[in-house]
Write a protein that binds this ligand. Sequence first.
Ligand code: SF4
Ligand code: SF4
Length: 449
Amino acid sequence: MGAVIDLGMPVAGGAFDEHHPPDAALIGDCVHCGFCLPTCPTYVLWGEEMDSPRGRIYLMKEGLEGEPMDDAMVSHWDACLGCMACVTACPSGVQYDTLIEQTRAQVERNHERAPKDKALRGLIFAIFPHPKRLRLLRGPLRVLQRTGLDRAVRRTGLLERMAPQLAAMESLAPRLGRPEPLPPRITATGERRAVVGLLTGCVQGAFFPGVNSATARVLQAEGCDVVVPPKQGCCGALSVHNGRETEAQDYARAIVDAFEAAGVERIVVNAAGCGSTMKDYARLLGDDPAYAERATAFAEKVRDVSEILDELGPVATRHPLELSVAYHDACHLAHAQGVRAQPRALLTGIPGLELREIAEGELCCGSAGIYNILNPEPARELGDRKAANIVATGADVLVTANPGCLMQVTAAIERSGHPMGMAHTIEVLDASLRGAPASSLREGTHPSA
Ligand code: SF4
Ligand code: SF4
């Protein structure tokens, strides 16, 4: 790749329009060293230059210089998981996260997708960013799970053959527990140390209500008043990551409104993908004069739950949990937010708990938002590879901090035939604070659900 010329605007007739094309200066930061290649899951799977960060950046440069957007070009960008392992690996500080986000918004505006792809994306976005619609799905899903019909359908392999993407969606659905609605305000135990707002999320709220309850209990025990704004909707993460820029901005504005009205000092998130998006609201709403400043103030308050607990320091008593735990770094927590030490510190602060690291820890598990539905084959391969590395730790429980990873890894572990406990980081800490037995974590898919 030659040096990127300083393009103020994309060349007419090329891939991009003038609304935030991939930034030429950021593209120019890439020195083509290839350090990112071994951490890029698609390059690891296929060994193709155009399915590496460097190759994708090269295609952006070509698009800026006048190359039209075609199916092949889009397929390489579509195949990117958005895992941001390349951002961590890059010694030159290339902001691939910004580049791929700008590129994906251009693709959604300027590229006509095949009708089947369009319909699937339409279906996903008609359901996933809507907490109420997701909650409505709980009833039929629970019936399927309780009657064993879901497993029976899976065994026939029929859905897999007819509609692999729908089969992927079905196989990822977690075992559902009872709903656990949270009150609008929960008062701190003992001396109040902070007033925090809790994002309940779409998938987290509908499919993992126990994680939200555990988060609220832990924050309460650590001296926080927890405010749960009742009118909160989707944070826009799925939309941002899939180039649906205006939709994402609408969701972001509504979230800013809801949490401003709550009057909180910090906004706590327990889903990695949501946290990384909300920390980036200043950029997402940067063009909106009514929201730009408010979005910046909002983003500064956002913390992953492990970050706020680390900042506050522990006051509640930790009861022992004789347990070995393999911790899986969610990409949007480790690579996108740089949060690695805090969840590990929370876990190792529990007496009796042994933390085990997973080989190839930087490699994505294949979940990546809705990637595992849109691209079931590579996602499954990555999931199986992750499951093998997790099983090799010999740990009792797999712990991670993102609902997407929990669903993806649970399905892969089930396929591996080596069942183990699965939990969110906060559920482990909650079990310790409550003095729950270690067996509740070893045996449960989600102990507080
Ligand atoms: S975000 Fe992940 S999949 Fe995409 S180019 Fe970077 S490392 Fe590869
Ligand atoms: S590591 Fe950074 S500079 Fe090197 S090829 Fe990858 S993106 Fe470019």
